[in-house]
Ligand binder design. Structure first.
Ligand code: GAR
Length: 200
């Protein structure tokens, strides 16, 4: 049988998406969420990882951007694909170069709107509310060296009603994330471009 495709998930905060992804692939014989990476030693995602029995790796912002520590760990783990699920730091060039088109991020809005530095989590939903837009959604995209600017893979949207609060928008967007993100990841893992197990 083919080896499993080993996927790393990076998250900085709560980690509900990381958990949802891990649960989605739990019984998949071809995919393993092999480790959860975080830059925040107290992030809730680390507790979730421990409940799920998934190994973790915690590093500082400096270690990520000025050393090979994280890249080494990814290689040691035979990682083939990286998912950013609420990860707030930029991915440095050494990792981008080692994983071309194999790093994806989810953004809680319809890019190119409401993207860029400082646009994460509730900041995004508050900006959507303030703009009066009648819809918001999710964008799954490849990661490059600029925040939220890599090629878009998938988008889905929900209506924003006039009396929706930013929290209501967040909830609707989270539901979209849970529904679509694992499936989009699965499709990417098995597309010709990213399936490293092909013909091995
Ligand atoms: C998610 O909504 C994700 O789209 C967003 O952070 C949230 C993390 O929630 N990511 C960004 O804003 C990145 N710019 P979670 O920790 O519960 O999965």
């Amino acid at each position: 049988m083919d080896e499993k495709i080993r996927v790393a998930v990076f998250a900085s905060g709560n980690g509900t998406n990381a958990q949802n992804i891990a649960e989605y692939f739990k019984d998949n014989p071809r995919v393993e969420i092999c480790r959860i990476y975080s830059d925040k030693p107290n992030a809730r995602v680390l507790e979730r990882a421990s409940s799920l029995g998934i190994a973790t790796f915690v590093f500082s912002r400096k270690e990520l951007s000025n050393s090979d520590i994280v890249l080494k760990k990814l290689k040691e783990n035979n990682t083939s694909f990286i998912v950013l699920a609420g990860f707030l730091l930029k991915i440095p060039d050494n990792i981008l170069e080692a994983f071309p088109n194999k790093i994806v991020n989810i953004h809680p809005a319809l890019l190119p709107k409401y993207g860029g530095k400082g646009m994460y989590g509730m900041h995004v939903h508050r900006a959507v509310k303030a703009s009066g837009d009648d819809r918001s959604g999710i964008t799954i995209h490849f990661v490059n060296s600029n925040y939220d600017e890599g090629n878009i893979i998938f988008q889905a949207w929900v209506p924003v009603e006039e009396n929706d609060s930013p929290e209501d928008i967040a909830q609707k967007v989270h539901r979209l994330e849970y529904r679509h993100f694992p499936k989009v990841i699965e499709e990417l893992l098995f597309s010709a471009e990213t399936d490293q197990n092909k013909q091995r």
